[in-house]
Write a protein that binds this ligand. Sequence first.
Ligand SMILES: [Mg+2]
Length: 147
Amino acid sequence: MSNGWIGVDLDATLAEYTGWKGEKHVGAPVPAMLQRVKDWIAEGKTVKIMTARVSARDPEELSYNVSIIQDWCVANGLPRLEVTCRKDYAMIELWDDRCKQVVPNTWESLEDKTAKLEAELASVKGSSGSMGWDKTAKTLFYSGHRF
Ligand SMILES: [Mg+2]
């Protein structure tokens, strides 16, 4: 694997979140996401928990919050993953319930772009229904559409 790391948000991404219940509470794991993280680790990938829970500036509070999250990791079959709230140049992906992915070098969200392309494809081919970004883009490309 490359030298990069994958950031995984905690609340509502790796752990269920139904509202703030204090720093001591971390929700139950989201099974499919937990398995995904375990698979990445088994493949030798570096995973870090990316969460605002460690944005505190007070060193004691920061250390306390990190330990709660790392204890949660261990309790759920993960190693004591690094916990951060900082993006750096080595971050290759971020999985987060609040993220909006943009089409690189544009202002447009990938979600909006996909919807537009699907609508365009439907008008060209008379098809309907979501196929997702990859299939929609490939279908349009191979039918002569140029982006
Ligand atoms: Mg979240």
